[in-house]
Design a protein around this ligand. Structure first.
Ligand code: ITT
Length: 199
């Protein structure tokens, strides 16, 4: 279980996995190292898409696989962008277009719009492609959507996500601070606990 393929092509996610898991004894291999094709993500739930990505990478490589399906959910937008977060602004994927669309959609709701939002992350670890007992953990991070982008760190929607209590966007946080608070950091902490307790 020490050698793991990371079933993601998102450079922001890959960097954060590397940072958070650095102290632990894993050999993390990005799926690009094996030329794994992009998995279909046709499902309406994060967990189903994460399972699909992990199974696809494990089947292609013969290794245990860890997948992350994540996104930003804005209740005032009916939960959007949700599972469509990566492609909210259309094809091909573009963080800049996604952020523009998010700001436009909230602006269309008027000045009194409820700008609360949360990031959600589900991680799925499959020991092998047919593993009937995947390890599944989650993390959630609550904040608000700013009116304009701030900060240059992170990726995705980070420059629009105001972190409560800190007065900073998640793109303004030093990487270790984002990783300590974030949906992905929380999910990975649960994963480490589960692996340590042998569950
Ligand atoms: P892989 O499927 O290859 O992992 P992806 O980017 O397509 O990459 P998802 O389908 O899980 O992955 O989409 C996640 C999107 O949610 C991501 O592209 C960002 O737009 C957003 N997102 C997730 N975590 C984020 C974070 O920590 N900060 C900012 N945006 C995030």
């Amino acid at each position: 279980m020490k050698r793991l393929v990371l079933a993601s092509n998102n450079p922001g996610k890959l960097r954060e996995f590397g940072e958070i898991l650095a102290p632990f004894d894993f050999e993390l291999l990005p799926q690009s190292a094996f030329d794994v094709s992009e998995a279909e993500e046709p499902h309406p739930t994060f967990v189903e898409n994460a399972l699909a990505k992990a199974r696809h990478a494990s089947a292609a490589t013969g290794l245990p696989a860890l997948a992350d399906d994540s996104g930003l959910c804005v209740p005032a937008l009916g939960g959007a962008p949700g599972v469509y977060s990566a492609r909210y602004g259309g094809e091909p994927k573009s963080d800049a277009r996604n952020n523009d669309k998010l700001l436009a959609d909230l602006a269309a709701l008027g000045e009194q719009a409820d700008r609360r939002a949360h990031f959600f992350c589900v991680l799925v670890l499959l020991r092998h492609a047919q593993d009937p007992q995947p390890l599944i953990v989650e993390g959630e991070w609550h904040g608000e959507i700013l009116h304009a982008a701030r900060g240059a760190g992170g990726f995705g929607y980070d420059s629009l996500f105001l972190v409560p209590g800190l007065g900073l966007s998640s793109a303004e946080l030093p990487a270790p601070q984002k990783n300590a608070l974030s949906h992905r950091g929380q999910a990975l902490a649960h994963l480490i606990d589960r692996l340590r307790s042998g569950q």
